[in-house]
Design a protein around this ligand. Structure first.
Ligand code: F6R
Length: 247
């Protein structure tokens, strides 16, 4: 697994968008694993442009989001449902509503919801391409440090580090939900192909640990070493100091 420095977020985002686009053009019934957060905003902007310019039929494409905050309704401005509507589904309104899957964060029974979501991903999957961001603490999805490799979709407690990092999207830190419904590491690993993106100085530490080659449950993204088809693209600021050059 090689970490590739693409220099800047624009080029890395464009690359990921092209890969999603190519996947759909190869197979109009593709299954896309989608992430939210700041890292993904330019990916979706580029993806939407490619879809519009090429008038692509996405009616049979199926999408599966990684996670949703507990307690936020689908219309809450910071919910991941709302995020996805804003950045993708409203921008290119030709996806089929029943083919869009995001965990329901305000379900009456969250454990049931997590089980339903896991069973649905396993039944309708596997995902062809899963795109991932990474937390400052090395999380993928909301699988925080210490998460078991066997984990499936479930309710998770967010760590202080994640709550602090995500408070930039809320008015106050108190408003950041303390839990999420998240695909597990084993759910994520069931995707056929994974593309992870990391941009900015704040991700450098997590990417440096990911570059170590040592699998460590305290850096959940290191489970990706076990996946046969992973690509990791970073910008200059997130790149480890030693990119493996022998100079
Ligand atoms: C989002 C997700 C998270 C984010 C990660 C980075 O659906 O699962 O793992 O990818 O927290 O978030 P940003 O991109 O906001 O830095």
């Amino acid at each position: 697994m090689k970490i590739i420095n693409l220099g800047n977020r624009h080029d890395a985002s464009f690359y990921a968008a092209c890969e999603l686009f190519n996947q759909i053009t190869r197979n109009p019934k593709s299954k896309l694993g989608l992430a939210t957060g700041g890292t993904m905003v330019d990916v979706y902007a580029n993806f939407v442009n490619l879809l519009k310019m090429n008038d692509v039929d996405v009616s049979n494409v199926e999408t599966f989001n990684l996670d949703e905050y507990v307690g936020l309704s689908q219309t809450h401005p910071e919910s991941y449902h709302h995020y996805m509507q804003k950045v993708l589904f409203e921008q290119y309104p030709y996806f089929t509503a029943n083919n869009i899957h995001v965990p329901i964060g305000d379900a009456a029974d969250l454990d049931d919801e997590a089980k339903r979501y896991e069973a649905m991903v396993r039944e309708r999957g596997p995902v062809d391409i899963q795109i991932l961001g990474i937390g400052e603490n090395g999380h993928i999805g909301f699988n925080e440090p210490g998460t078991s490799k066997e984990s499936e979709t479930r309710v998770v407690d967010l760590t202080e580090s994640t709550i602090r990092a995500n408070s930039r999207y809320f008015d106050t830190e108190e408003e950041v939900p303390k839990q999420a419904v998240s695909m597990g590491l084993s759910t994520i690993m069931s995707a056929k192909r994974i593309i992870l993106l990391a941009f900015g100085e704040k991700k450098k530490d997590a990417i440096t640990k990911l570059a170590s080659g040592i699998e460590d449950a305290d850096v959940p993204a290191t489970i990706l070493y076990e996946h046969p088809n992973v690509e990791i693209y970073v910008d200059e600021a997130a790149a480890p100091d030693d990119m493996g050059r022998e100079d």
